[in-house]
Design a protein around this ligand. Structure first.
Ligand SMILES: *Cc1c(COP(=O)(O)O)cnc(C)c1O
Length: 253
């Protein structure tokens, strides 16, 4: 598949935008091509790659989002398929997203598995706080089968560890831990992480009728670490910094 992508991009290279922060979206896709109706294993499939030039995600700077914690819908569960980018995982989430917007005026859903924090919208989720032991810590949930193993998540974990300025922790944590951190003034920042936006700063979350504020710099629309994370990722993508030892994680789909 990587070789197919390389060959296609070689053919279509004139579509790669040359302006800063524009990109060429590459989306490999597989669909079933069996000529029958019915629920059965696929015997014929078609795999193709969609290419699309896209403009900057934040043409006028960061846009921080408000999150709604839906306690009635679960996006992914243990031994399910939430860790795969299959279409069936996404359509059922759209109603929760719409209700979050129309009823609660929130831009995205913060997906919980019971009380555990998993992902935001279609992005992985990071919290930067002072933990209960008084240490500065960047935390994200582990790949336990309920989390999409995003390349942006993996890259940020490695790059943020490389800074050696704070602890980077991969463990499950509960929404109540986030609430406690906000209440005790230990919450620094929170952001989503995914290819399109790279990082998406969070300004608040609503849980059971209460809204909890997360600090951002008003004029920038994001906290300091979120701004740095975007800069570091951009520098890596534009070859300003080199990471020859960086390994692309193996995809097991
Ligand atoms: C695509 C996606 C992500 C982000 O993955 P990237 O490889 O970083 O783009 C995270 N969570 C979900 C549910 C996704 O669909």
């Amino acid at each position: 598949m990587l070789e197919c992508c390389r060959r296609l991009i070689e053919v279509e290279k004139d579509w790669i935008p040359d302006k800063p922060n524009h990109s060429l979206y590459i989306r490999p896709t597989s669909i079933c091509m069996d000529n029958k109706l019915g629920l059965s294993r696929v015997t014929k499939s078609k795999t193709f790659i969609i290419l699309s030039p896209v403009g900057p995600y934040y043409p006028k700077g960061f846009v921080p989002v408000k999150l709604y914690c839906d306690t009635t819908v679960i996006r992914a569960w243990p031994n399910g398929f939430g860790d795969k980018k299959v279409g069936g995982n996404y359509a059922p989430t759209l109603r929760a997203q719409r209700d979050g917007l129309e009823i609660h005026n929130c831009d995205q859903v913060l997906w919980l598995l019971h009380d555990y924090v998993t992902e935001v919208g279609t992005m992985n989720f990071f919290v930067f706080w002072k933990n209960e032991d008084g240490e500065d810590e960047l935390i994200t949930p582990p790949l336990d089968g309920t989390i999409l193993p995003g390349i942006t998540r993996q890259t940020l974990i490695e790059l943020m560890k490389g800074l050696k300025e704070f602890k980077v922790t991969v463990r499950n944590f509960k929404i109540q831990e986030m609430i406690k951190a906000v209440d005790e003034g230990r919450m620094y920042e929170a952001f989503g992480a995914g290819t399109a936006a790279i990082v998406s700063p969070v300004q608040s979350f609503n849980y059971e009728g209460e809204t909890y504020q997360i600090p951002i710099e008003e004029d920038k629309g994001a906290g300091k670490l979120t701004q740095r994370a975007l800069k570091i990722m951009n520098d890596l993508q534009y070859g300003v910094v080199k990471r020859p030892d960086f390994q692309i994680p193996v995809c097991d789909v």
